[in-house]
Design a protein. Structure first.
Length: 347
């Protein structure tokens, strides 16, 4: 019987992964391990917390004793690793916590797996990473799995380091590993420090809408449930030792995306056309701001048959609808420890 440790399950992508595995695979035991930093919130998982195949454990991935004990207590057979410090802006102001969690935390999990698992072929260590490890593109070109790593922020450098460690455990010890590098996710339950929920929240409360630099930076937007389907496929059918890029085929300049959100939220709230756009504020650019990310996801399409199903128009419509119907969730997660950071940066 599989007993899968999903790390970071109280975060944005993690909660969707946990819910999907708990509901779709009643024969798997799902252990959600999360430190519950400002970015993790158990309120997000209320609908499944009573499920018989679900357990939550509060722990830090950097704590060797805790992690070894969790492997023993729950007889962990596989790991899907999402826990991380994930916000680029925070990595610029406080890099060390990113290095500790993302590098040392990943190393600690790999090492526990190395010590606890006897036959590596029976176990999977699946690491969720980012397209940001590949650096920044100009107007042309796409990131492929073979694109050389060129991380430029403390966040992306820490994720690149963790990817290298995962590969090192594969090559050195023969551990069965899988890595995926995905583009910018969006959808329900994303913490409102990231662009999409931040803008929706600020439109709702008639606050300024901060766009970094001139707003021409390009990101490729991936709807979170499309990502979860890809994770399921890679976990079950991906090849040992391989990397797969996961993208949404939805490249947009930030300013175009902000316009879509402004018009969609205004329409939902019955406000005059142009109301939200009038509050767009171009602010000081992010230090070292990567210009463009774009993914070539043909490998996962050709090998595993995965393609994104949600286009950006439909996905943003769903996302806006969800946030406006769940402002209580937003208000709760922006209270407490996060409140001061939010007030300092975005009010
Ligand atoms: P998130 O910030 O929403 O959630 C991260 C979760 O990890 C939180 O629940 C937090 O409490 C937990 N966590 C942080 N430090 C921990 C520690 N030391 N020990 C245990 N738990 C800890 O992040 P997300 O957006 O859900 O991203 C999940 C993963 O996907 C990350 O590894 C991230 O690098 C990767 N990723 C995210 C995106 C994106 O667009 N969101 C894109 C590419 C890759
Ligand atoms: P973000 O959601 O932080 O994701 P990432 O930096 O990992 O791509 O930012 C997405 C893009 O939006 C990025 O180019 C930075 C930009 N951005 C803004 O213009 N204003 C904001 O307030 C934020 C948070 C991001």
């Amino acid at each position: 019987m599989k007993s899968i440790l999903i790390t970071g399950g109280a975060g944005f992508i993690g909660n969707h992964v946990v819910r999907h595995f708990v509901n779709k695979y009643p024969d798997y035991k799902i252990v959600n391990l999360d430190k519950l930093t400002y970015a993790g919130n158990l309120e997000t998982l209320k609908d499944i917390e009573q499920a018989p195949n679900y357990t939550f454990v509060k722990a830090c991935i950097t704590d060797e004793d805790q992690i070894n004990k969790i492997f023993d207590d729950y007889n962990i057979t596989d790991v899907i690793h999402l826990a991380a410090e994930s916000h680029v802006d925070r990595s610029i102001t406080d890099p060390l916590v990113f290095l500790r969690t993302n590098i040392l935390g990943t190393a600690n999990l790999l090492n526990a797996a190395r010590n606890k698992w006897s036959n590596y072929k029976d176990h999977i260590f699946y690491h969720i990473s980012t397209d940001e490890v590949f650096g920044s593109l100009g107007d042309e070109g796409l990131f492929e799995e073979t694109t050389p790593y060129d991380p430029r922020s403390p966040y992306s450098a820490s994720k690149a380091s963790s990817d290298h460690l995962v590969r090192a455990y594969h090559h050195t010890y023969g551990m069965q590993v899988k890595i995926t590098n995905c583009s910018n996710n969006y959808g329900p339950y994303q913490f409102p420090e990231k662009l999409v929920p931040l803008i929706i929240n600020n439109i709702k409360y008639k606050k300024p809408l901060p766009v970094y630099g001139d707003g021409t930076n390009v990101r490729d937007w991936l709807f979170v449930t499309d990502h979860v389907e890809a994770i399921d496929l890679v976990f079950h059918k991906g090849t040992d030792g391989e990397t797969y890029n996961i993208g949404g085929n939805n490249e947009m300049q930030n300013i175009e995306l902000v316009h879509v959100l402004c018009d969609t939220v205004d329409r939902h709230l019955g406000r005059e056309a142009g109301d939200a756009r009038s509050r767009i504020t171009f602010v000081k650019d992010r230090a070292g701001h990567d210009q463009r990310y774009a993914i070539d996801a043909s490998k996962i399409k050709n090998e595993l048959g995965w393609e994104p199903q949600v286009d950006v128009a439909g996905g943003m419509e769903q996302t806006v609808t969800w946030y406006l119907a769940n402002m209580g969730w937003l208000d709760n997660v922006t209270s407490g420890a996060y409140k001061e950071y939010y007030a300092a940066h975005y009010s």
